[in-house]
Design a protein around this ligand. Structure first.
Ligand SMILES: Cc1cc2nc3c(=O)[nH]c(=O)nc-3n(C[C@H](O)[C@H](O)[C@H](O)COP(=O)(O)OP(=O)(O)OC[C@H]3O[C@@H](n4cnc5c(N)ncnc54)[C@H](O)[C@@H]3O)c2cc1C
Length: 399
């Protein structure tokens, strides 16, 4: 036993030639269609519609979604490669892809066959966009503490509440929404939450203010208001009152995508710093000849590759259906996002004054990386999950 894993084979990463061909194709697309537009996206704070259309044509919205629901198939590793490559150019595009996954994953894991056909297929084919509305003004980490209410009335539910920081809500045709359907049980605080699919056109659903957050320009989150929104009973995802499991199991899967966003950001920041160090001269020497700069670059590179390995490993375990992927996903998310933040900070330092000049496009990596440490479970929450999963895996204990 390789504590707490059962065998060293659990550490294998199942990458093959198809993954590499796919990565090359995505990189080619991103370098020609997205990279030249990063300044426009930062300035306008919006992803241009023609980029979204081009991504649809490439089939990117169907990656990771089974072929039977209109997707390209491909699993978590392929999805991680896609998200890493787009995030290397414009991390907000990783969010655009990620919010669709936050919508389809709970339906793929817990939804009915009818829900999958009706809601997943249009997303996979790029005909519709999704969003995921869980966080509320009173808290995001504590999913059991949500205050949005849903009451059953005959053949439908009526939902009332307010959600904040909902990425992609402004463009979404459908949203998954969490709400409390019953009071918590004394021994199970999480019990009594349910998850619903809400369509854009349902009366009472309003997309409120757009938040102005420090990074991920192009994909700023929204407020979502639900005022007595009538939702058909068949839009309940998974069993009534068991929605907490739907939400947290979704994040177990989707947080690998956040780790991949971070790897893309870290890769971009590292490449920029390395190139600059090879060109800039100080005191009659290239930057890369100064030992202190060499040390920074070596440490950046170490963390970058460790982050990538953890991310591919978590994705690979998930694709193999191994339950150990949960702890791996949290390790990858926390490590990769903190590595990206640190690498982005070093990249700024290596660029000196130009590092903090907005036009050089280096400081944006730090703004984007910090956000990855917060959403889809803050890194404090990842640390809780890591130790809880470790103890459960190794000793079968619940703490
Ligand atoms: C740009 C952006 C996009 C987002 N997109 C979405 C989205 O699409 N859908 C969605 O539902 N949400 C979204 N969120 C919300 C995000 O998931 C939450 O902000 C996050 O989960 C943290 O919740 P909170 O902000 O309420 O912080 P809190 O939960 O109030 O936490 C505050 C601080 O306390 C720490 N903390 C909390 N509990 C504990 C504990 N038990 N032990 C130790 N420390 C703890 C946290 O780590 C954090 O540092 C987005 C957020 C941002 C910034």
């Amino acid at each position: 036993m390789v504590f707490p894993f059962s065998s060293i084979t659990d550490f294998s990463i199942k990458l093959d030639e198809e993954h590499e061909l796919f990565r090359k194709a995505v990189r080619e697309f991103v370098e020609s269609k997205v990279m030249p537009r990063w300044q426009e996206i930062e300035r306008e704070n919006r992803i241009p519609e023609d980029i979204i259309e081009a991504m649809k044509e490439q089939g990117f919205f169907g990656v990771g979604i089974p072929e039977e629901y209109g997707g390209q198939g491909g699993g978590q590793l392929t999805t991680a490669i896609l998200v890493e490559e787009v995030s290397r150019a414009v991390p907000a595009l990783g969010v655009t892809l990620g919010v669709n996954h936050l919508f389809v994953v709970p339906i793929l894991l817990f939804g009915s066959e009818e829900q999958k056909k009706r809601y997943v297929t249009p997303i996979a084919q790029g005909e519709a966009r999704g969003a995921h509305a869980n966080t509320e003004p009173t808290g995001g980490s504590d999913v059991a503490g949500i205050q949005t209410r849903a009451r059953r009335v005959n053949d439908h539910y009526v939902i009332t509440g307010r959600k904040v920081f909902i990425s992609g809500a402004g463009d979404a045709d459908y949203l998954v929404v969490s709400a409390r359907t019953s009071p918590p049980r004394e021994d199970k605080r999480w019990w009594g939450i349910s998850v619903f699919i809400v369509e854009k056109g349902y009366p009472g659903l309003k997309i409120g203010q757009q938040f102005k957050v420090m990074g991920m320009r192009g994909e700023q989150p929204y407020e979502v208001i639900l005022d007595e929104v009538k939702v058909p009973a068949e839009n309940l995802v998974g069993p009534e009152n068991e929605g907490f499991k739907v939400i947290v199991t979704t994040y177990d899967h989707t947080r690998i995508g956040i780790a991949a966003q971070a790897v893309g950001i870290a890769q971009a920041a590292f490449e920029k710093a390395l190139n600059y160090a090879l060109q800039r001269e100080t005191f009659g020497q290239l930057l890369i000849q100064h030992q202190m700069i060499i040390q920074k670059l070596a440490d950046m590179y170490m963390r970058l590759e460790a982050a990538r390995l953890l991310t591919y490993w978590a994705a690979s375990l998930a694709d193999q259906g191994k339950k150990e992927f949960i702890v791996a996903a949290s390790l990858a998310k926390a490590f990769a996002t903190e590595a990206a933040e640190w690498i982005a900070r070093q990249a700024i330092q290596i660029h000196g004054g130009y590092g903090v000049d907005v036009e050089t496009g280096v400081e944006r990596y730090l703004r984007d990386a910090i956000i990855t440490t917060i959403y889809e479970g803050t890194n404090e929450i990842q640390r809780l999950t890591i130790v809880r999963q470790l103890v459960r895996q190794a000793f079968g204990l619940k703490i």
